[in-house]
Design a protein around this ligand. Structure first.
Ligand code: PMP
Length: 308
């Protein structure tokens, strides 16, 4: 057995511990999780998705994520194959079957297989894919030391061209920005809209604290209606912090006392440098640290409990 295990350890590990992915009602192994090359999700990025976290056996803000998925689907005239309750069950079952108590869930709905043309006529049914995984986007140390970000040439897509509130499978705009940041040694890019205002980062919303007031760009500046953004606005209201959704410029970030980013994967992460300018004294701010603490408590209490 030991000889066998020594030679096939990885294989055995994969068989025993491998995750099962949800694919249209079935739970399949990673290597069997396949869809058609004619799926318009692949051919054109035609589909919608959500990234969801599970903390201590609770699916954080699941209802909010499902609502955003429904809005995204409605906006692109995509009929979701499952209703709210069915989708909820599919997500929770995927977590349960994989014993996922803490992790990340990627819920994807594609337009489905069709012809090579752009028109979704004749496409379908859409594929529903749910992937459960471990996640560690940034090392824990960065939450204490803070992230450095840089604004990049690629602008956030104009909301009249494609509303940024739609969480579609077409992320090229953000991918280009991410590549530009990485090429110059930064992990995250600050994206501006075509007016030169702050829109968001490639996968996170942006907040600053200036003269004790919490600011974040309004959604029409080109930001996704982040679930974490909403959670932080709720926490700020509990703290009786004044909050304003207001157009922000790079100058506002350069001169802010504090800055942080929010996102499902990143959670609340301090940002200590923007475009080579230190934010405040270059250390995560007091209010940011307080919000991180509160957010970390909140994730354990708000969500759908997998064990109930
Ligand atoms: N903006 C973009 C472009 C994103 O993709 C995301 C997260 N996926 C966010 C902001 C943050 O949103 P949430 O807090 O819902 O994860």
């Amino acid at each position: 057995f030991f000889f066998f295990f020594a030679n096939h350890g990885n294989f055995l590990h994969d068989v025993v511990f491998s995750m099962k992915f949800y694919l249209n009602g079935d739970f399949v192994a990673k290597e069997d999780a396949k869809i058609s090359v004619f799926d318009h999700g692949l051919l054109y990025g035609d589909g919608v998705f959500e990234g969801i976290r599970v903390y201590g056996g609770c699916v954080f803000k699941l209802v909010e994520h499902l609502e955003r998925l429904e809005y995204s689907a409605k906006a692109i005239l995509l009929q979701l194959p499952l209703d709210r309750e069915e989708m909820k069950k599919a997500v929770c079952d995927t977590c349960r079957i994989n014993g996922l108590e803490n992790g990340y869930v990627r819920l994807v709905v594609t337009r489905g297989p069709g012809h090579l043309g752009l028109s979704p006529d004749g496409c379908g049914p859409g594929n529903v894919i749910i992937i459960a995984d471990d996640i560690q986007l940034y090392p824990e140390e960065l939450y204490r030391t803070g992230l450095k970000i840089i604004s990049v040439p690629t602008r956030r897509i104009n909301s009249s061209a494609l509303p940024p509130a739609i969480k579609s499978l077409n992320y090229l705009n953000n991918i280009l920005a991410k590549i530009e940041a990485k090429k110059v040694g930064f992990q995250e890019a600050l994206m501006l809209n075509d007016k030169g205002e702050i829109a968001e980062c490639t996968g996170d919303n942006v907040f600053i604290i200036s003269k004790g007031i919490l600011f974040t760009p309004p959604l029409d500046a080109g930001s996704l209606r982040g679930i974490t953004r909403g959670a932080v606005l709720d926490l700020a209201a509990e703290l009786k912090l004044s909050c304003r959704e207001q157009a922000l410029t790079r100058y506002d970030l350069w001169t802010a006392e504090e800055c942080f980013l929010t996102g499902t994967a990143a959670e609340v992460i301090p940002c200590v440098e923007v475009d080579h300018r230190k934010v405040g004294d270059g250390l995560p701010g007091v209010i940011t640290r307080r919000l991180i603490d509160l957010f970390r408590k909140m994730v354990l209490t708000e969500g759908v409990n997998l064990n109930e």
